[in-house]
Structure formats: structure tokens, C-alpha cells
Design a protein around this ligand. Structure first.
Ligand code: 8YV
Length: 315
């Protein structure tokens, strides 16, 4: 029996590529010089798309694959998949929740500590001889005991909160409703009021059209010149223009960012700011998590073609 044809949108590590190639007839879109021509040629045979969180599958890609049955996303975020187009075409969508939660939370907290304590600058202070020449490194701001806000108390937001509790931080959160699984943390429904209340604001919401620019000029202003925003979700959750303006004129203290509009080509103005920590969208980037994500992508594909229920369906 011939193997099902799977369109692969972006590269995976070798440990994923080999088993994927063994089980399926994989067509690598990312290696094509002319993507439209490649899609036109392989699209009619494609029965599943294996994509990545930040790459998704747009309406044109879905339309180019009339036999498409499943889109399997390597990532928890599926905002880059055109869900309306998938639904209209009767295509199922899966993602990789849970397996990455802890690592994403870890990186968010590490970013807060790194930026607040000036760890990158301190490393340079040692290496470039400033320590020997100029003496003590400039004092930074503490983390423990201060106020942290979590915008979106889903799986990742909750794990961030658990870690912050270990730093004796005073924790508050915004979500659609108060969560019974977080009885000790203060619920502040309005994101502006949350920002006004805290020193550190973690953005951990699943991105959608509704959450676009939820961190806008008002939230940023409320966070203020001593405040820090940490984004481990999607760039679209923050109004980047308002963010860059506030970071440049000091109305916002600092930002630790793992995601950017148009990434990996980020707005060059970020590079001129010294009150930002810039990370290359790698919150889930550990060997352990990426192996588990790849396995889940394949397990969903395998279950689908075996007529079994999907493991982690989005819809
Ligand atoms: C990426 C992510 O998928 O989980 C998500 O939503 O964005 C990430 O885990 C990862 O960078 C691999 O492409």
C-alpha cells in the first residue's frame, strides 16, 4: 500500500525527519524554490500537512490540497492555521499541548530574572574588563517579593505562576473568568488594571483575532517606567509599535521577548534598545520537549491514518 502523502511546511530535527520519512511520503515545501509551483504540483495528492506553530497553514495552502484530511501542528499555538478554511474544507487540526508547558514557563521566568538582574550586561562587565577597571556592576532590581501579573492563566500561565510563587512573588492574573485552580492568586479581569497593579507582566495567552494587541498603549502605560513585560506567547498579542515607542521614551521600563512580528526578521529598532532581552522564539527549545513534540505530531498523523481518534485535536 502506498504511504499517505504529507506536506511538510518547515524543517524538523533529524530525529523527527527520519521516522516521518519512513511512515509517510513526505513532500518538503521548505526546500522548494518556487512554493506556489511546488504546491500546485504536489497539492492534489496531499492528505495531511505537518507544520510548525509559527508557520501554520494558510487558506491558500489548504485550498491547494483538495484531498487534505489533517493539519498536524508542531507547537501548542495554532493561530497561524486558518481554522475557518480548515473547518470549511472538513480538515481536522491537532497541536502539541502539555509536552512543552514546563519548558515554556521556565524560559519565561528565566527571561524575567535575566533582564531584571542584568545578567547579560553583567557577563559583558566581566569579559570586557569593566569589572577590573571600573569596579562593581551597576545595581539592578530584585524579583523576589515583587508583584507579577499573568495575562492568560492557561496551562503555561499557571506553570509560570507556580514558579513565581517560589520567588515569594505577589501573583495576580487576568483571564475570561477567575480560575478555581488558582485560589491563592488575585483575579483582576481587566488587563489594564492588572498591568497597573504589577511590576512584571507575563503574556501567556493563546493568540487569536480577539487577543490581537491586547497589550496595547493603555496596558503598557499602566505597567509604567518601572514595569517589565515578558512575552512567551505570540507577537500579535502585543502592539509592537506602541511597545517600541514606550521602550524608547521610557514610559515602559523593559521588555523580555521571545516572539516578534515578522520573525525571524524582527523590527531593527529593537536592536538599538538596551532595555530589552531578545530571544529567538525558543521557549519550547529543549531536546526533551522538541522530541516529545515531534512524537506527538507523528502520533496524531499515525492515529488519523489508522482510523483511530486523534490524540490532541484542536478541532
Ligand atoms: C514552535 C510554538 O512551534 O508551541 C508553539 O506554539 O510556537 C513553538 O513551540 C517552535 O518554535 C517550533 O517551530
Amino acid at each position: 500500500m502506498s504511504k499517505p502523502v504529507v506536506l511538510q511546511v518547515g524543517p524538523y530535527p533529524a530525529w523527527d525527519q527520519e521516522p516521518l520519512d519512513q511512515a509517510f511520503d513526505v513532500k518538503r515545501l521548505f526546500e522548494a524554490e518556487d512554493r506556489a509551483a511546488f504546491l500546485a504540483s504536489v497539492g492534489p495528492d496531499v492528505r495531511a500537512i505537518a507544520t510548525r506553530g509559527e508557520m501554520g497553514a494558510d487558506a491558500a495552502m489548504i485550498a491547494a490540497c483538495p484531498r487534505l484530511e489533517l493539519i498536524s501542528v508542531y507547537g501548542v499555538g495554532y493561530d497561524a492555521v486558518d481554522l475557518d478554511a480548515a473547518r470549511a474544507a472538513g480538515v481536522a487540526v491537532t497541536n502539541t499541548p502539555d509536552v512543552l508547558t514546563q519548558d515554556v514557563a521556565d524560559l519565561g521566568v528565566a527571561m524575567m530574572l535575566c533582564l531584571s538582574r542584568g545578567i547579560i550586561g553583567a557577563e559583558t562587565w566581566v569579559r570586557d574588563g569593566s569589572w577590573a577597571r571600573d569596579g562593581l556592576y551597576p545595581l539592578k532590581r530584585r524579583v523576589f517579593g515583587r508583584k507579577a501579573g499573568i495575562l492568560g492563566l492557561g496551562r503555561i500561565g499557571f506553570e509560570v505562576g507556580k514558579r513565581l510563587a517560589g520567588f515569594d512573588m505577589d501573583i495576580a492574573y487576568s483571564d475570561i473568568a477567575a480560575k478555581e485552580y488558582a485560589p491563592d492568586w488575585k483575579f483582576i479581569a481587566d488587563p489594564v488594571a492588572l498591568a497597573d497593579h504589577v511590576d512584571f507582566l507575563f503574556v501567556t495567552l493563546a493568540a487569536s483575532a480577539e487577543t490581537r494587541h491586547i497589550v496595547g498603549a493603555e496596558v503598557i502605560k499602566a505597567l509604567g517606567p518601572e514595569g517589565m513585560v515578558i512575552n512567551i506567547s505570540r507577537a500579535t498579542n502585543i502592539d509592537e509599535e506602541a511597545l517600541i515607542t514606550a521602550l524608547s521614551n521610557g514610559t515602559l521600563g523593559s521588555a523580555a521577548l521571545d516572539v516578534f512580528e515578522g520573525e525571524p526578521a524582527l523590527d531593527p529598532r529593537f536592536l538599538d534598545l538596551d532595555n530589552v532581552l531578545l530571544q529567538p522564539h525558543h521557549a519550547s527549545g529543549t531536546v526533551e520537549t522538541r522530541q516529545a513534540m515531534g512524537q506527538l505530531v507523528r502520533d496524531n498523523l499515525t492515529a488519523h491514518f489508522a482510523g483511530q481518534p486523534l490524540l490532541t485535536p484542536v478541532m
